[in-house]
Design a protein around this ligand. Structure first.
Ligand SMILES: O=C[C@H](O)COP(=O)(O)O
Length: 121
């Protein structure tokens, strides 16, 4: 859902924030209680390059946007990361604050790899 630079030159965090605001403007924020948000950076899907741990701010952006409107709802939301999750990187990704699980693509096609990732949660 994100792009490095938006159509009008905004940073990707501004793009993400604008997209989330559009959804939250339409949704009853309380209806997101216990929701699961899957965040999959375009640059990471199917590339073999999972998001750098330093990009954690993107995940927090999701919670911040909801917390601005309803802090209690924000606390109940679960965030899943997706994009080139591999056994050797799964632990560091799942150890990131606000990453509660994963959306596994290619690595789920190999039972040994998938089970290794499952054991990293
Ligand atoms: O649901 C899976 C995601 O699109 C990530 O796929 P990937 O792990 O092959 O990059």
């Amino acid at each position: 859902m994100d792009k490095a630079v938006g159509p009008h030159g905004q940073s990707h965090l501004n793009v993400i924030g604008t997209q989330l605001d559009a959804v939250l403007d339409l949704a009853n924020v309380a209806s997101l209680s216990n929701a699961v948000i899957a965040y999959e950076p375009v640059r990471a899907i199917g590339t073999g390059n999972a998001t750098a741990v330093g990009h954690i701010i993107e995940y927090r952006c999701l919670r911040w946007k909801i917390a601005e409107r309803e802090p209690e709802t924000s606390a109940s939301v679960r965030d899943f990361y997706g994009g080139s999750v591999k056994p050797e990187k799964a632990r560091s990704l799942f150890d990131m604050p606000d990453v509660d699980g994963g959306s596994i693509g290619e690595a789920s096609l190999d039972a040994k790899s998938f089970l290794s990732i499952c054991h990293s949660v």
